[in-house]
Design a binder for this molecule. Sequence first.
Ligand SMILES: Cc1cc2nc3c(=O)[nH]c(=O)nc-3n(C[C@H](O)[C@H](O)[C@H](O)COP(=O)(O)O)c2cc1C
Length: 132
Amino acid sequence: MSINLGNKELLLDSESMIVTETDSKGIIIFASKDFCKYAGYSYGELVGQNHNCIRHPFMPKIAFKNLWDTIQSGKKWSGIVVNQTKTGGYYWVKAMVYPSQNQDGTTKYISVRVMPTKNEIEDAIKLYKTIQ
Ligand SMILES: Cc1cc2nc3c(=O)[nH]c(=O)nc-3n(C[C@H](O)[C@H](O)[C@H](O)COP(=O)(O)O)c2cc1C
């Protein structure tokens, strides 16, 4: 693909399971070991940050608007997302994001990400190029 997304692509393997949880505003309240590994941050650096700290500039704004509209209406969102690492690298994921509840009844959001296929990445690149 003839787009430059960053200085280094990290490839997930089929075992990778990247999980985060946020509060209702998108502030990270939990990050799995794999999330810290790929994003390149320590757990302590991530918890308390807005989830947009790993946003890659290639991702169209509308994708995240769609994500938030979907989860705030109580539904599950899935999509192919490219994220930026702390050192300017990038990694593609197949993400699922869904609402859940804390014990006190307040809303939290959970995201689980796995390895996307090559085709899924290529289709996402084509689509995102048209809606930049
Ligand atoms: C549970 C959850 C997981 C998210 N995961 C990501 C992610 O991996 N990468 C990302 O760029 N945005 C993710 N977002 C969306 C961000 O909250 C944010 O909307 C996005 O990065 C765009 O930033 P902006 O809303 O400040 O424009 C996630 C949101 C939620 C609720």
